[in-house]
Design a protein around this ligand. Structure first.
Ligand code: 5GP
Length: 203
């Protein structure tokens, strides 16, 4: 029986720690595939082409839009970010689970087309903690920090469009919750219709 993989979409405000949670998830669940996005933003000092993102010029990104190469794309903080379509589709067909760590606009676009995905929203324990984390990260200038914090307030309003909320207080705990979510999703009756049909057929 060929099983399709699960599409796991993770969003949350900047500073909620979704990157850290996803990294920890991947180290504990190495069979899961992380979709590497394409962006027009400049790399941060520690970022590596093809590992964190595929860094492309605006022109190259627009060409990719024209060629319909994105599952979704969005403009986030003045830069484009997009999920390459082919990689995600291929891995899901191979039966692999795929994580998309994308912003809310992108997640909602994916949800419109792909409602069978699992949509998880990562939040900080408090907004004060979020502010501290954004400042502590220190990779952005003060203007960007304020912009991101204000965005975070607006973003929390979209939580109702997601299936699950995970508080990231301790990373370990957050990952454990994600594992529980994914396991439960895989046991859902509507995801196991082939198995059920076989049982009904006496096989
Ligand atoms: P950062 O610049 O901090 O790496 O990411 C900024 C925001 O863009 C984050 O919320 C991140 O989840 C989101 N993002 C990263 N890749 C994608 C993508 O492919 N599509 C969309 N819609 N958002 C993305």
């Amino acid at each position: 029986m060929r099983k399709k993989g699960l599409l796991i979409v993770v969003s949350g405000p900047s500073g909620a720690g979704k990157g850290t949670v996803c990294r920890e998830w991947l180290s504990r669940n190495p069979e899961t595939e992380l979709s590497i996005s394409v962006t027009t933003r400049s790399p941060r000092p520690t970022e590596v082409e093809g590992k964190n993102y595929f860094f492309r010029s605006r022109q190259e990104f627009e060409n990719m839009i024209e060629r319909n190469e994105f599952l979704e794309y969005a403009k986030v903080y003045d830069n484009y970010y997009g999920t390459p379509r082919r990689y995600v589709q291929q891995k899901l067909m191979e039966g692999r689970d795929v994580i998309l760590e994308i912003d809310i606009q992108g997640a909602l676009k994916v949800k419109e087309r792909f409602d069978e995905g699992v949509f998880i929203f990562i939040v900080p324990p408090t907004m004060e903690e979020l502010r501290k984390r954004i400042v502590k990260r220190g990779t952005e200038n003060p203007e960007v920090i304020i912009k991101r914090f204000n965005c975070a307030f607006e973003e929390i309003n979209f939580i109702k469009r997601y299936n699950y909320v995970v508080v990231n207080d301790k990373v370990e705990e957050a990952v454990r919750k994600m594992e529980a979510i994914v396991l439960a999703e895989k046991c859902r009756v509507d995801r196991n219709s082939e198995l059920i049909m076989k049982l009904q057929g006496g096989i």
